[in-house]
Design a protein around this ligand. Sequence first.
Ligand SMILES: NC(=O)c1ccc[n+]([C@@H]2O[C@H](COP(=O)([O-])OP(=O)(O)OC[C@H]3O[C@@H](n4cnc5c(N)ncnc54)[C@H](O)[C@@H]3O)[C@@H](O)[C@H]2O)c1
Length: 249
Amino acid sequence: MDLGLNGKVAIVTGSARGLGAATARRLAQEGAKVVITDINAELAEATAKALRGEGLAAHCVVGDITQGADVKRLVDETVAHFGGVHVLVNNAGAPRDKYLVKMSEDDWDFVMAVMLKGAFLATKAVMPHFIGQGWGRVINISSRAHLGNPTQANYSAAKAGLIGMARALSKEEGRYGVTCNCVAPGFMETEMVRALPTYETIKDNAIAAQPVKRVGQPEDIADAVAFLASERAGFISGEVLHVTGGRYG
Ligand SMILES: NC(=O)c1ccc[n+]([C@@H]2O[C@H](COP(=O)([O-])OP(=O)(O)OC[C@H]3O[C@@H](n4cnc5c(N)ncnc54)[C@H](O)[C@@H]3O)[C@@H](O)[C@H]2O)c1
């Protein structure tokens, strides 16, 4: 199936590693020109370089997705370098897991800023381009945690917020040929989850709860995002695609 992504320009936030890096690679393998953007400068540069080494079109813009000036520079540089922008994947994220009674105001604000404010700023910055060309794709990386996880009141709220945002924008922007959807990953093996002190327990619990008995891989998310970013998904908007090995709740 030709996804029709050849020549399209895609920004993937938080793409220095993990799900974002795998997604950027997949989009680039489909012919897209991808912008790797991340707060981790060294890793972002290395990932973009690795993609270019594979013969793929990749450019790196280092920045903090929570800062309006960085996001403006990201989109300006994308357009200057690749001549436009067609796809935005709001993937940047970071957890601050704690029981509510131990969760500080900073833990709450930090998670909201990276995931919700970052997605707001990036989407607002690309939308005039999407509207102007009558074509655009926004894909928010939510999580199965939007259904609620203990120790993740902040994270679950932000991930549910990304779904609400995509649904609102699907209604606002559909008339311009712009679709807005979410991918909700289950437990995926990335550096972020491997760093959790409870990694082994979470992994065992996830596999026990999943009908599909294996650990999710970044490429599982990348394939789902590539489909939603494609020409083939133009009649799908406001949806949440769970990529969880069949696990709900
Ligand atoms: N791995 C999982 O099991 C899983 C499950 C559900 C949802 N998710 C979501 O998928 C996304 C990617 O997760 P991952 O596992 O690849 O995590 P990861 O930590 O490997 O990657 C996240 C990237 O975001 C970057 N980032 C953080 N704050 C940033 C900021 N302010 N500005 C720019 N970049 C910033 C980090 O530097 C990192 O490279 C996150 O939104 C996460 O919440 C992951």
